[in-house]
Design a protein around this ligand. Structure first.
Ligand SMILES: Nc1ncnc2c1ncn2[C@@H]1O[C@H](COP(=O)(O)OP(=O)(O)OP(=O)(O)O)[C@@H](O)[C@H]1O
Length: 333
């Protein structure tokens, strides 16, 4: 299945036999084959120093590969003009490097101005982008970077990376510098944004929870830049390719399954006899178990209504979540 669950998508990024040996002899990446489909969100995860950032930077040629080929949309990046190449690739890093003495709006306008837009068009585009990433332009546009929180600065970084409307987005630990609560919110918002905009995204993290939550597919890197496994989060959790992946995915994998298992009708109780006052805000049937549990925990009601489209199809209780998780673990065994 492709990222959208519909017709097969094109391969947007293809790495074939890619390797990187630095001048001092360090082998950062070895013989790497990886395909990323158009509109797909792929997460590279693994312990520190296993070649994730090197791989990401080879895609936009901040680092030149020693061996192999990298294609974007069928074009070999090693023969492309690096400046032109990077126009089609947004890049978000942890320390996003906003210009400290420029207002937020000016920071985001830089990119459209660079591409020859008029000042008015660039300002309008930057305002739209700030709204898109959840920052109110009226409140934030005229501030300076040090007047924003870490999470808000990350949003500006994402807005700036989207400013040239690139089909491909590379993100290196984009949510690393913010506290765990803000991090989960940024992750959720980014996922929604990615679904709406249909960008092809490759993201690096060392956090397996983030990888499982965000990736359509996850590439687990091992020591020495070896690709240990590439698959969907559910595949990784259910069938780790070797001991390294099993260890990395870890002992809390039953809990991690919460974020990959969708609700199903059989987990729900019937609506009969339930009054509207007993229900918290409704959720959609395609919500993950994790999302459903978060909803239940955040509500002062003991059950939540579940909708498919506009129609209510049942109610979910904590016992239903428990049953669903048990059933998914049994399926996996
Ligand atoms: N310029 C360089 N010269 C020599 N070795 C380097 C250079 N840059 C990175 N390395 C080495 O290459 C290996 C892979 O580094 P890389 O930054 O790609 O790993 P990573 O998986 O992204 O790590 P982290 O999660 O800690 O950021 C490491 O052993 C690192 O020390």
């Amino acid at each position: 299945m492709d990222a959208t669950g519909s017709a097969p998508a094109n391969v947007m990024i293809r790495l074939s036999g890619v390797g990187k040996r630095y001048d001092d002899g360090t082998v950062a990446v070895q013989d790497l084959d990886l395909e990323v489909l158009e509109g797909e969100m792929v997460v590279l995860v693994g312990p520190s120093g296993c070649g994730k950032s090197t791989t990401l930077k080879m895609i936009n040629r901040l680092i030149e590969p020693s061996t192999g080929t990298i294609e974007i949309d069928g074009r070999d990046v090693t023969t492309a003009d690096p400046v032109e190449l990077r126009r089609g690739i947004g890049y978000v890093i942890q320390q996003i490097g906003l210009f400290p003495h420029q207002k937020i709006i000016t920071n985001v306008m830089t990119v459209p101005l660079l591409y020859g837009e008029s000042k008015a068009t660039a300002r309008a585009r930057a305002t739209e982008l700030l709204e898109l990433v959840g920052l109110d332009p009226a409140l934030h546009a005229e501030r300076y970077p040090h007047q924003l929180s870490g999470g808000q600065r990350q949003r500006v970084g994402v807005a700036r990376a989207l400013a040239a409307d690139p089909p491909v987005l590379l993100m290196d630990e984009p949510f690393g510098a913010v506290d765990p609560v803000v991090r989960v919110r940024l992750q959720e918002e980014f996922l929604r944004l990615q679904r709406d905009l249909g960008k092809t995204v490759v993201m690096v993290t060392h956090d397996i929870d983030e990888a499982v939550r965000m990736g359509h597919r996850v590439a687990v890197f091992a020591e020495g830049g070896r690709l240990a496994q590439y698959g969907t989060p559910a595949e990784l959790l259910a069938h780790p390719a070797d001991e390294f992946v099993a260890d990395f995915v870890g002992s809390e994998k039953s809990l991690r399954r919460l974020s990959v298992v969708p609700l199903r009708r059989e987990h729900l109780e019937p609506m009969d006899g339930v009054s509207a006052g007993q229900l918290g805000a409704a959720i959609d049937l395609d919500t993950s178990l994790e999302g459903a549990l978060v909803h239940l925990l955040g509500s002062d009601k003991s059950m939540v209504g579940v909708r498919e489209g506009v129609q209510f199809v049942g109610v979910l209780t904590p016992a239903g979540v428990h049953r669903a998780l048990r059933a998914s673990l049994a399926e996996q065994a």
